[in-house]
Each structure stands twice: as C-alpha cells, then as structure tokens.
Design a protein around this ligand. Structure first.
Ligand code: HGY
Ligand code: MN
Ligand code: MN
Ligand code: MN
Length: 420
C-alpha cells in the first residue's frame, strides 16, 4: 500500500537534470560528447561546489544542512517527533579519477528527491529523515575508502589517519581542515549517532539486473574487501653499466612478487578478486634502475575465512618472491563480508512489490558506506541496473526511468521506516 501521490511526486525530469548538473562538476571526456565521465575527488573545490549545490537544493525545500568533524554532510527533514531517531539515507559524492556520472552521487540525489516527494505529497513522517553525503568513500585521493562512514560508526578516529597522504603530498588532515574551514558557515554536528535505520541507493556496478531484465536489487549484504600497500626498496643504478648480478631492481622484484601473488590468488571459479591498480615507481626514468616501488593490492571475497586466509598469506608470498629489495607490506583497509539485518531489505522488497517492480535479492560486489552502518543500525541498499554493468569508468550509465524507479522505491521505503 503506497500513497499514489508519493509515487507521482518523484519527478523523473528534475531528478535527471540534477544528476547532469552534478556531472558537470568535474566533467572529463567520456565515450561520446553526450556522455562525459566525472573526476571529482573528495575534499577538493569541485567537491565543495557539488556540496553547495546540494545544500542549495535542500534549502529550497526547507532541509537544514549540517556537517560533522569528518566532513560528512547531512540535510535534515523534520518529523512530527523531532526527538525520534532519524531514518538515514544517502551515499557519497566523491568519484574515482576516471569515474562515471552515477556512482555515489545518485544515492545522495535519490535521497533528496525522495524527501522532496514525501514533502510534496504532504506525508508527515513521525521520524525525521536525514540525507547524508559521506566523506571519501572511494579511497581514490586518500586511501582507505569509506573514511567518513568508518569514523562515523566508530571504526577509527580521524587522527589515526595522519599518515594518509595523497599523491601530491597533502595529508588527509590538512585537506579536511581546509575543507571544514571553507564550510565554516554550515552548522556543525557531533560525529556519530544512532539512526533508526539506514538505506542507500546505488547503481549495481555489475551486469546482473540488466542481464535478467530486473528493475530493483534488494541488497542483502556486501562482500569483504582488504587493501594492502607493498613497498619495495632497492638501489638506483645506471641502466647501461650495472651488471644484473649487482642490481637491486625494485621493478623486477615487483614483477616477481605479482607473479607469485597471481598464483596465491588464482581462482578458477573467479570469485576471489585480486587487483593491482596503482603503481608508483621512483625515480621513474628509463635509464635508471628503480630503487623504489609502491603498489596497491585490492582483494575481495564473499567468505570471511577465504579473505582472511589469502590476505594473511600476502606478506609471506611477497617476501619469498622478492630477491634483491627490502619489503614492507601494510594493510590499509579491512572490511569483512557483511550481511544486512532483515528489516530494511524486507521494507525495500515490500516497496518494490507494491510498485509492481521486478526485484531480486542479491549481494553487492562493490563495497559501500552501508557496510559501516551495519554495527550502528538496521541497514539496507537499493540497486538499479547500469548499462553492461560498467562502473568506475566514464561509460557508466543508468536510464532516467531506471533511476526514478529506484528513487520511488526509496521514497516508499523511507515512509515505511519513518513510521516505525
Ligand atoms: O571499490 C568499491 O567497491 C567502491 O565502488 N568504491
Ligand atoms: Mn560508490
Ligand atoms: Mn565507486
Ligand atoms: Mn558506496
């Protein structure tokens, strides 16, 4: 049973226009001129411009903005019982450097559109509803990812991340302090809270919903992720005059290490995902033997014991494979496989069914801020299909009607959770 005026109050054209306005903040060339990608790193002027735009749209409908010590941004819709624990919805606004127009930002704008529809439909919710934009979900500029939601749910205090430094040498703390100073006019709120529930809208970032002709993913959990950084330290030498036997070549040792890691993480069932996505070489010139290499490892699996066993073996495998360099392996991100509690997926499923949408219960292959809300409150996610399952790429695309369907399910789910 869904208020029909709620469904019609979700305005597909307005929602799409806002998504495209946000995509212009950090636009990069995409597959066609009509389909640009987006590069909008966290804690940058582009990120702040997008946040100002969101705050402005929220202010137009009477949502009060606030920011916490990690820069997490909240827009609050008041309920009839202001002291009741709020229902939280949202996602992240930062993108990968070669990102798309929907990853993250759709979840934030879906929250705004859903609240706007609830207000336009004249539905008074007992509980307040808050739309959140979490800081640094992607972990692109600063690793690890999900720093805003992790700190919010108490996983780690921000000051333990002073060693988090971006490729230009800026520390996370310095970037955050600059960011908060630029947003000094926005009211502050304490870090953390106890929402009644959290639901995040996100594109699937995989091919399943599209391939099976489905409208909605009722997300039941998220696979585990572990990030490591491997640093190899050798010696620079002249490329032309130094015999092989005397070399301490960090690049050659990186190749030995990655070959050994490929053996460790080989999986004929293609469930264990092993990725080396970033490599930094110094001094990075063609005629000098490299003395330093840093490379990242991203390991994913749905089963905790596999993720622990293979991840824990990485340092030993690298140490054994490296011949001429010193080795340092550090873990930078540790998110175990997470199952959502039953309440929110059930509410999502009810909302999708009431709107006659074809829904599928499924786990997420990508990590999300929702992973860190589970210890704090009942949590769930709503997926919509994305073309060919492509994401973390400018060709990322979901149709306006697909996104509006997801937003309508969110609106009904929020009303359901906010009356509880
Ligand atoms: O990497 C992830 O899984 C997320 O999309 N940031
Ligand atoms: Mn995302
Ligand atoms: Mn992403
Ligand atoms: Mn996310």
């Amino acid at each position: 049973r869904v208020a029909p005026n709620l469904i019609s109050a979700v305005d597909e054209a307005r929602h799409w226009a806002r998504l495209m306005e946000m995509a212009a903040l950090g636009a990069i060339p995409g597959p066609t001129p009509e389909e640009p990608g987006v590069n909008r790193a966290c804690l940058t002027p582009l990120d702040r411009a997008a946040r100002r735009k969101l705050i402005g749209w929220g202010a137009e409908i009477g949502l009060a903005a606030s920011v916490d010590a990690m820069g997490n941004l909240f827009l609050r819709h008041e309920g009839t019982e202001p002291s009741a624990e709020p229902v939280l919805t949202g996602s992240h606004m930062d993108t990968q450097p070669n990102g798309g127009r929907f990853d993250g930002i759709w979840g934030v704008l879906a929250g705004l559109e859903a609240v706007q529809a609830i207000r336009a439909a004249g539905i008074a919710t007992r509980r307040p509803i808050e739309v959140v934009a979490w800081t640094n979900e992607e972990g692109g500029r600063f690793a690890p990812g999900c720093m805003g939601s992790m700190a919010w749910s108490g996983h780690a205090a921000p000051d333990t991340w002073d060693m988090v430094i971006d490729p230009e040498g800026t520390t996370f703390r310095a970037a955050l302090e600059q960011h908060l100073a630029a947003e000094a006019d926005i009211p502050r709120r304490p870090l953390g809270g106890r929402p009644h529930a959290y639901v995040e809208c996100h594109i699937e970032q995989g091919p399943r919903l599209e391939a099976e002709g489905l409208d909605i993913g009722v997300v039941t959990g998220i696979q585990g992720s572990r990030w490591f950084v491997v640093e190899l330290t050798g010696k620079t030498d002249h490329a032309g005059t130094t015999p092989l036997a005397l070399r301490h070549d960090a690049v050659q040792d990186m190749v030995r290490a990655i070959n050994a890691l490929n053996l460790l993480t080989r999986d004929p069932k293609d469930v264990l995902r092993f990725t080396v996505g970033r490599i930094e070489v110094s001094p990075n010139t063609s005629n000098t033997v490299a003395d330093r290499v840093r490379f990242t490892i991203d390991l994913r699996h749905p089963a905790k014991e596999v993720l622990l066993a293979r991840g824990d073996a990485i340092a030993g495998v690298v140490q054994a494979a490296v011949r001429d360099c010193r080795v340092a392996v550090t873990e930078r991100f540790h998110a175990m496989p997470t199952d959502f509690q039953p309440e929110v997926p059930a509410a999502v499923e009810r909302a999708a069914a009431a709107q006659g949408l074809k829904a599928l219960r499924m786990a997420s292959g990508a990590f999300h801020d929702a992973q860190f809300l589970v210890p704090v409150c009942p949590t769930g996610m709503i997926f919509v299909p994305c073309r060919d399952g492509v994401s973390h790429h400018p060709a990322e695309y979901s149709r306006p009607d697909q996104l509006a369907a997801g937003t309508r399910v969110l609106a009904a789910t929020l009303v359901d959770l906010a009356r509880g």
